[in-house]
Write a protein that binds this ligand. Structure first.
Ligand code: ZN
Length: 472
């Protein structure tokens, strides 16, 4: 087997063909397992030679790549957490000791602003970028997307990987890209005009943005079903497209099919969790990224039909391979056949939860534990707090309610400027650490209900789709 694989960039199936690579997509489970194992061994060998991060980690576990002779053996490979990646990048800036190519081979740098204000950098080599484009084109072909379609990309073009992944897939597939972007004031109204004129047939963005566009269109007297031409709408960045009621709402609103996609930015090509045109839950495109569903505590792989945490492994990534990256997401999986004929297992209910208390605010992962750490370090701030997330139109709103101490209350004695100074100090420190703006409300001591469970300190009031439902 040649590894890493090199794809022929001129290849494209006939438009009537359902599959991009028929053999790979429909092979029996045992044959695929053999293929995955071969690719795993090559991927691990590559990382072992080049990444001190993995060498240290595997040596500490008493393992080397040659020990992995079956997929069952692979479960002995220790899991990697995002926290470890952040720490490793801090110790070995900028890309960590898991960068397996020379810095000059890096073609693209992407990243996140991180959960503690410290960004995580993704370095992607030119060869990997080409493989990512091939993977995304292949999966988008499975949506039913074909050359001749015009793809409206209504997402941020920034460090964020989502929009870029959809763009390279569109390019490689030979469809027409319309990289419109998102997030600029007034842009949605402009989009509505363009969508009527240009009539793109494919939409990409977040589900909440898809519904927001429809809501705005109606306010302008535009019927998203009659006046736009979307036939395929695919989404990432939020779980909505995998929630049956939301999927139905999007399909009724636009008169097209709604598909759920997305694993993690670190796992780019992130579309390897991706639905097919039959929308039976995201297929796991296991010969590109190998996904295991693991028990949240024992970390053992759970049988089909059960719930677990997806753990992902790149099978063709040379720059920053992720080998057993813990997602922290919750899903169930099944190997029951899908009407499309692909033999990949599926997440029939998509990704529907988290094992930790992380919330996504304006596209950033926010951990209440990071907020707690900030609060604990400021004199005058008491024990109890709440993190309240809501949504005003398109924007998430993050409010932190923090009790002050009895001592502070006595000392401030209702003096506004003392209270205001403390409030502003908390806001500034939170901003520096969590990377998104939070409004702080100071609460009298003892005013918040006491709770044993950290997760209950998070109140998520976002009913992303309520206004649209009411409009219908
Ligand atoms: Zn399918």
């Amino acid at each position: 087997m040649d590894w890493p694989p090199v794809y022929d960039d001129r290849y494209r199936p006939e438009p009537r063909n359902r599959y991009w690579f028929p053999e790979l997509e429909t092979m029996p489970a045992e044959a695929r397992e053999r293929l995955i194992l071969e690719k795993l061994q090559a991927q691990m060998g590559w990382a072992w030679e080049r990444a001190p991060f993995y060498r240290r980690k595997w040596q500490a576990a008493g393992l080397e790549p040659g020990d992995i002779k079956s997929l069952a053996d692979f479960q002995r490979v220790p899991i990697v957490t995002k926290q470890e990646l952040r720490e490793d990048q801090a110790a070995h800036p900028p890309f960590g000791s898991y960068l397996c190519v020379k810095p000059e081979e890096v073609a693209r740098v992407h990243g996140t602003s991180g959960t503690t204000g410290k960004p995580t950098a993704f370095a992607i080599s030119r060869d990997d970028w080409a493989r990512i484009a091939n993977a995304h084109a292949r999966i988008m072909w499975g949506f039913g997307l074909r050359p001749g379609n015009t793809v409206f990309l209504g997402s941020f073009f920034s460090l964020y990987m989502g929009g870029w992944g959809a763009l390279v897939g569109t390019d490689r597939l030979g469809a027409t890209a319309f990289p419109f972007g998102a997030g600029v004031p007034g842009q949605t109204l402009m989009a509505i005009r363009w969508l009527r004129e240009l009539r793109p047939t494919v939409f990409y963005g977040t589900p909440s943005y898809g519904l927001y566009v429809a809501e705005k269109a109606r306010q302008e007297g535009v019927d998203p079903r009659r006046d736009f031409a979307f036939r395929i709408l695919f989404f990432s960045g939020e779980p909505g497209a995998g929630i049956p009621a939301t999927k139905r709402l999007i399909e009724e609103t636009y008169g097209g099919i709604c598909l759920d996609t997305g694993s993690m930015a670190e796992m780019t090509p992130w579309m390897t969790n991706g639905e097919c045109e039959f929308r039976t839950g995201m297929h796991l495109w296991q010969d590109i990224v190998y996904a295991e569903l693991c028990h949240p505590e024992t970390k053992e792989v759970v049988p089909y039909g059960k719930e677990g945490v997806p753990v992902y492994t790149h099978l063709e990534r040379t720059s920053q391979p992720m080998i057993r990256l813990w997602s922290g997401d919750l899903a169930t999986w099944t190997d029951e056949p899908c009407e499309c004929g692909r033999t990949y297992p599926r997440l029939p209910k998509g990704i529907y939860g988290r094992v930790d208390d992380m919330v996504i605010v304006r596209g950033e992962n926010v951990y209440p534990s990071a907020i707690e750490e900030v609060l604990r370090a400021i004199a005058g701030v008491g024990e109890e707090y709440r993190v309240v997330v809501s949504r005003e139109e398109l924007m998430d709103e993050l409010v932190v309610q923090a009790e002050c101490t009895r001592e502070f209350e006595a000392e401030a004695a209702g003096r506004r400027e003392r209270l205001e100074a403390l409030r502003q100090e908390i806001e500034a420190r939170l901003r520096a650490v969590i990377g998104v703006w939070a409004r702080v409300r100071l609460m009298p001591p003892g005013s918040l209900e006491r709770t044993e469970f950290k997760a209950r300190r998070v109140v998520d009031n976002r009913d992303l789709f309520r206004s649209l439902r009411e409009a219908k």
